[in-house]
Ligand binder design. Structure first.
Ligand SMILES: Cc1ncc(C[n+]2csc(CCOP(=O)(O)OP(=O)(O)O)c2C)c(N)n1
Ligand SMILES: [Mg+2]
Length: 547
């Protein structure tokens, strides 16, 4: 056995089913060892695609997704997806090839110090310099990446070490017991909730990672407290629940900010500050906060909790619930707010203007997708609209990268989602800009048999940036571009391609696309004049709320 074979045995021991990556001369031994293993290697067309696949695989399973690249340029290509997983709290293990340890002191072909390079975008990383260390390094990598708050780790394997004889075997996984919150923190939290007149729950992705959706819904229902969730907390409480205020997180004010203006206690559950800065909803730091999470909170002058309940989230919620005495009802205005948000959402149901309004496109998408189906958003103006208008019944059914927020995640992410849930419908919703960043992975998707739909919001430009420039300067620049014929592009790759020609066309087209057994692409012209209309409305809303 050589080190590469020992590495693969360790990956099998961790339950790894897929490794996403791209070969190079320096990882040949690893690929050779993989061939003899139970692991399926998925050859991608760009290392960034591989890393995004591992990222989304990790998000959906809670188990680290694994990606592989060669040294130098392969590793630099991999980095964006690795960074995305790290800032989004998705477990990921990246493995890079490397020159031999006898080459690192000179200017060697393609050599970069990858341990130094990946250090700022990972929780932990290491080079294997001794074959017998492999089991410890792999075990540590998985343990670190999967424990709260999950993120990326990196293992660098020099080619001479990979080929060296190795002895050893994978380490047993340690049984991690849950940690429970201190009793005092539970009683303090219960007391604060019992005294509050107008509490508000704010949920983030941490509650989804902790599988706390059901307990949380029960907690909110029993205590009669409205719930807002971040973009990455979608589906933690069903959007149809009478207390659900849907997503918060826009840079500009929206209906939901009113609830934050009126509250006298925010109960933040599994909320990571990176998802939506507390400076946006608590600028003066005046709102008292209870922090409930698996880990203690990040420091922020607008987020200084009066109580931190640190431990298993479901257990903490159960215990706080038992000790809270709250007879109060939500502020009637909070429930009116829900009606306003809902009316705003529903007003697009019958809108037949074309090019289609983003709100209508997303409304219709929701009509076709079932409660378990998955939408993966890319990053851009379409993401803002998805965050505001695509509502979920279940956790992890609308994935939005909102920590690192890298364009290009949707297509590779959809491939990974379809591998995890082959029976569900999966849609990659992307801008035309983001589409062109990783559309090469549609060939990968065809090859591995993951038939998902890519829905392009076609505006011929970097819409979000255009929107921001217009808001800030009243004009925009450097944001327009030409597009290929997306239908022909799809067809040339062996996929199905569709173009939406009228608003009424969209639902039947989507249904047809979802029924295909190959990946498909829908090119849909969108009317982003809605972006400016929204900014204007938000301004009016702002002055109305300040009255
Ligand atoms: C990799 C990367 N590059 C640049 C950005 C900055 N950025 C955010 S949104 C955006 C425009 C996205 O354009 P498109 O994909 O067409 O979506 P649209 O905004 O038009 O819906 C840009 C350039 C980013 N988030 N990620
Ligand atoms: Mg665009």
């Amino acid at each position: 056995m050589n080190t590469a074979e020992l590495l693969i045995r360790c990956l099998e021991n961790e339950g790894v089913r897929y490794v996403f990556g791209l070969p190079g001369e320096e990882n040949l031994d690893v690929l050779e060892a993989m061939k003899k293993s139970s692991i399926q290697f998925i050859t991608t067309r760009h290392e960034q695609g591989a890393a995004f696949m591992a990222d989304v695989y990790g998000r959906l399973t809670g188990k680290a997704g694994v990606c592989l690249s060669t040294l130098g340029p392969g590793a630099t290509n991999l980095m964006t997806g690795v960074a995305d997983a790290n800032l989004d709290g998705a477990p990921l293990v990246a493995i890079t090839g490397q020159v031999g340890t006898d080459q690192m002191h000179i200017e060697a072909h393609q050599y970069l110090d990858l341990v130094a390079m990946f250090a700022p975008v990972t929780k932990w990383n290491s080079q294997i310099v001794r074959p017998s260390n492999t089991p410890e390094i792999v075990r540590k990598a998985f343990k670190r990446s999967q424990s709260e708050k999950p993120g990326a780790v990196h293992i660098d394997l020099p080619e001479n070490i990979a080929a060296m004889p190795a002895v050893g075997k994978p380490l047993n996984k340690d049984k991690l017991d849950k940690t429970y919150a201190a009793f005092q923190s539970i009683t303090d939290a219960a007391a604060a909730i019992s005294q509050a007149t107008n509490p508000l729950i704010l949920v983030g992705n941490g509650a989804i990672r902790a599988n706390a959706s059901e307990t949380l819904t029960e907690f909110a229902t029993q205590l009669n407290i409205p719930v807002a969730n971040t973009f990455m907390g979608k589906g933690v409480i069903p959007y149809t629940h009478p207390l659900a205020l849907w997503a918060v997180g826009l840079q500009q004010r929206d209906f939901i900010n009113y609830a934050f203006d009126k509250t006298d206690l925010v109960i933040a559950i599994g909320y990571d500050l990176i998802e939506y800065s507390p400076k946006k909803w608590n600028p003066d730091g005046k709102i008292p906060i209870i922090h409930i999470g698996v880990t203690s909170s990040e420091i922020d002058s607008s987020y200084i909790p009066i109580v931190e309940v640190v431990g298993d989230i479901s257990d903490s919620l159960d215990e706080i619930l038992k000790r809270s005495d709250r007879q109060g009802k939500p502020d009637p205005q909070a429930l009116e707010l829900r009606a306003d948000i809902r009316a705003d959402y529903e007003q697009y149901a019958k809108d037949d203007e074309f090019p289609i309004k983003p709100q209508k496109l997303i409304y219709d998408l929701r009509q076709v997708m079932g409660p378990e189906d998955i939408v993966i958003s890319d990053v851009g103006a379409h993401k803002i609209w998805i965050a505001r208008h695509y509502h979920c019944d279940r956790p992890n059914t609308c994935l939005i990268s909102n920590g690192f927020a890298a364009m290009g995640i949707a297509i590779p992410g959809a491939l990974a989602a379809k591998l995890v849930y082959p029976e569900r419908k999966v849609v990659a919703a992307t801008g035309d800009g983001g589409f062109m960043m990783n559309c090469q992975e549609l060939e990968t998707a065809l090859r591995v048999g993951t038939a998902f739909v890519t829905l392009i919001f076609n505006d011929g430009g970097y819409g979000l940036i255009e929107w921001k420039q217009q808001n800030q300067f009243g004009e925009s620049s450097y944001v327009r571009f030409g597009n290929p014929d997306f239908v022909k592009l799809a067809e040339s790759m062996g996929l199905k391609g569709y173009r939406v020609e009228s608003t009424a066309d969209f639902i039947p087209t989507l249904k047809t696309a979802l029924a295909q057994d190959v990946p498909s692409v829908i090119d849909c012209p969108v009317d982003y004049r809605e972006n400016y209309r929204f900014t204007q409305k938000a301004g009016e809303l702002n002055s109305k709320m300040l009255e």
